[in-house]
Each structure stands twice: as C-alpha cells, then as structure tokens.
Design a protein around this ligand. Structure first.
Ligand code: HEM
Length: 129
C-alpha cells in the first residue's frame, strides 16, 4: 500500500488538519447565538467529533464515522433541525473562517470549499417567504 496515491485527507495534513478545521468551526458556532441555539447539546465537543470523523472519512481518512454511526444519511440526520437559507449562510460563514485558518494550498482550499458549499445548500430543509 506504500505506493498508493495519497488521499485528499493525507494531502492536506491528515487528522491534525481536520481537527483544527472543526475546532475553529465550532469556536465560530459558539460565538453565533442563532447558530449555537440549533445545537441540542450543551457541550459542542461530541458534535465536533461527529463532524470531524465524517469529514475525515469523506476525504479518504479512517472510516471511524461509518463504523460508529453507520451510513451518514446527512439530510435525514438534519431533518430535526430547521435549516433555513439563513442558517445555511451562518453555517457557511463559520466554516469559511475555519477553511481560511486552515491555510491550505489554493487547489485543496477550492476543492474543500466547493464541497462544503454544495453540501450546505443541499442540507436546507425549510424555506420561509
Ligand atoms: C447548512 C447548515 C447546517 C446546519 C445549521 C447544521 C446543523 C447541525 C446540527 C444542529 C447537528 C446536530 C449536532 C450533533 O451532531 O449533535 C448537525 C449534525 C451533523 N452535521 Fe450538520 N448542519 C449543517 C450542514 C452540514 C453540512 C454541510 C455537513 C457536512 C458537510 C454537516 C455534517 C454534519 C454531521 C456529520 C453531523 C453529525 C451527524 C450524526 O449524528 O452522525 N452538516 N448539524
């Protein structure tokens, strides 16, 4: 396996990079009361672990997320929450700070951001007029 092409997970620095990304993201969530109120648990730590494990798996890292949580079914798992376009934009703003602070190469950054933006748009489940 030593000559296998490195995964995106490995290319961007592996676990440490995803740990920092998610740490900064939840720091921003904690500082945004409207977004913070959507998270049911008082401690954001477990939510941070779930997001990190999911992203690590998605980008070719360990499959711990699937081993412990099963199939992601992300839209289904977000069904209990009112994800409006406004909530999406707050989520993306927090994630933008995290991606900026990760200081990835321009190509890695663009690849990651493109995915996150699409995923966030797909997660919207409540439209208000
Ligand atoms: C669009 C705005 C979004 C909002 C407001 C939002 C909000 C939430 C909330 C409130 C939870 C429950 C916290 C918990 O895990 O205890 C959650 C879980 C989660 N979210 Fe989001 N989310 C959004 C988008 C996304 C996107 C784009 C992704 C992936 C790229 C994502 C990945 C996850 C994962 C992996 C979990 C844990 C699922 C599990 O239970 O295993 N979310 N989200």
């Amino acid at each position: 396996m030593t000559d296998a092409a490195p995964t995106f997970f490995e290319q961007v620095g592996g676990h440490d990079t995803f740990r920092r990304l998610v740490e900064v993201f939840y720091r921003e969530v904690a500082n945004d009361p409207e977004l913070r109120d959507m998270y049911p648990e008082e401690d954001l730590g477990p939510a941070a672990d779930r997001l990190r494990l999911f992203l690590e798996q998605y980008w070719g890292g360990p499959s711990t997320y699937g081993d412990t949580r099963g199939h992601p079914r992300l839209r289904l798992r977000h069904q209990p929450f009112r994800i409006t376009p406004g909530a999406r934009d707050r989520w993306l703003r927090a994630m933008r700070v995290a991606v900026d602070e990760a200081e990835l190469s321009p190509l890695h950054e663009a690849t990651l951001w493109d995915y996150l933006e699409r995923a966030a748009f797909a997660m919207v489940n409540t439209f208000e007029r």
